[in-house]
Write a protein that binds this ligand. Structure first.
Ligand code: GLU
Length: 446
């Protein structure tokens, strides 16, 4: 049966004009809910029940603390005015200031931002860094906007959400289709309005304005460390192991590069929103990036066959890294995944039903809140450096990141062994325990 295009959940905001559905938004015959916030809540429920949390505490953990929706006008290059909708959801700050990225995407919705902010809460807790969770997003198609339009939209959005963000309150960072330039505009907007440079207001900035060395590749470097640790546990030699990566953005590209250059793995498949490529012999992701920069896609890279984003996930490889968007591995395709380890560089790529299937099949999933926690960890380093106005070498950043990633991995692995559960359940239990402990100390006001 031909896959039928679905928006990822009912109630999703309409697509912006001119957007064509790409193949990783197509999902065929999926039975379970694909609403990311319903999924996030189910994951909390599963862990909460195992932890025997009282219903009131579980209820707290299943609700965001604060949600801001903003509708704001932007002058477009052709002289017209367009009203955009953006969100900032502050999920939980029991352990410290809110922290999380900002996403630009045509499928952004309040429920997606809620889910992403919920996942940030557990991510910061499992990494053991002193933050709560938040996330922001704007419904837009950044691929169809000029740099000037993106700058005006970013500055106006930053200004609209400035009432709730700041270095001691809530610190944004890059996410899907935002980058260090986006963060520089936000930092500048808030600084101009404050009257002085407030570098600690966002992370993921360019190094020349208070960014940290190593932040650009941190998500991927962290994911590479967790894959290395998982390989040790499963006695898989990463050298020569075959790797398929779905997504070729900051996380996917750098993951492929680091797996090859630092662990000696063989990258056999990568993809972007236009499709994927496969070669049994493997290829150098750095050369694929050059090709993508010239042609706009990884597709067509010399010596490779075209594969769809869906087929890429089912390739007979040792290691898989879903590094794009949510809901890629569902009850429909989970039974066909052949990889031994799935490292989630993306947030929310696997549904709870798919988790159960993968667990039964013996596929080790390194869950998003652990696998991609390197990004927010180096964001934390950046914020610490900004507040101290004292900057570290790349070596210092990488060493500290490696320490945090391997400790977090070990804590989750121990929980997994103790409770005989999958890695996601274990990561949630570690994270929720830490958040609940913070609640117990702080108490419920008044
Ligand atoms: N957007 C990234 C994530 O999902 C990074 C967040 C941050 O650095 O605050 O983890």
């Amino acid at each position: 049966m031909a896959p039928k295009p679905l928006s990822p959940c009912p109630g999703y905001a309409p697509l912006t004009s001119g957007h064509k559905t790409t193949d990783w938004e197509m999902t065929s015959m999926v039975k379970e809910s694909l609403n990311p916030f319903e999924i996030a809540r189910e994951q909390v429920d599963r862990a909460g029940k195992r932890l025997k949390l009282e219903p009131g505490m579980l209820d707290i953990l299943k609700h965001p603390k604060r949600e801001l929706t903003v509708h704001f006008p932007v002058k477009m290059d052709d002289g017209s005015i367009k009203v955009f909708t953006g969100y900032r959801v502050q999920y939980n700050d029991a352990r410290g200031p809110f922290k999380g990225g900002i996403r630009y995407h045509w499928n952004v919705s309040l429920d997606e931002v809620r889910a992403l902010s919920c996942w940030m809460t557990w991510k910061c807790a499992v990494m053991g860094i002193p933050y709560g969770g938040a996330k922001g997003g704007i419904i837009c198609n950044p691929k169809e906007m000029s740099k000037d339009e993106l700058e005006r939209m970013t500055r106006r959005y930053a200004s609209e959400i400035s009432i709730i963000i700041g270095p001691m309150k809530d610190i944004p960072a890059p996410d899907v289709y935002t980058d260090s330039q986006t963060m520089a505009w936000i930092m500048d907007t808030l600084s101009v309005n404050a009257g002085f440079a407030v570098t600690g207001t966002v992370t993921g900035k360019p190094v020349s304005i208070g960014g940290s060395l190593g932040r650009d590749e941190a998500t991927a470097r962290g994911a590479m460390y967790t894959t290395r640790e998982a390989c040790k546990k499963l006695k898989i030699n990463p050298r020569g192991a075959t790797v398929a990566v779905q997504g070729f953005g900051n996380a996917g590209y750098n993951y492929a590069r680091l797996m090859q250059d630092e662990l000696g793995s063989k990258i056999v498949a990568v993809s972007d929103s236009k499709g994927g490529i496969y070669s049994e012999k493997g290829f150098d992701p750095k050369r694929v990036l050059t090709h993508k920069e010239k042609t706009g896609s990884v597709v067509g890279f010399a010596g490779t066959k075209k594969v769809s984003n869906e087929d890429l996930l089912e390739l007979d490889v040792d290691l898989l890294a879903p590094s794009a968007l949510e809901n890629q591995i569902t009850s429909e395709n989970a039974s066909r995944i052949k990889a031994k380890i799935s490292t989630e560089c993306a947030n929310g790529p696997t549904t709870p039903e798919a988790d159960d299937i993968l667990h039964k099949k013996g596929v080790l999933v390194i869950p998003d809140i652990l696998a991609n926690g390197g990004g927010v960890t180096v964001s934390y380093f950046e914020w610490v450096q900004d507040l101290a106005n004292y900057f570290w070498t790349k070596k210092e950043v990488d060493e500290k990141l490696e320490g945090i990633m391997t400790r977090a991995f070990e804590a989750v692995w121990t929980m997994r062994d103790e409770k005989k559960i999958d890695m996601r359940q274990a990561a949630y239990m570690v994270a929720i325990n830490r958040v609940v402990e913070a609640y117990r100390w702080r108490g419920i006001y008044p």
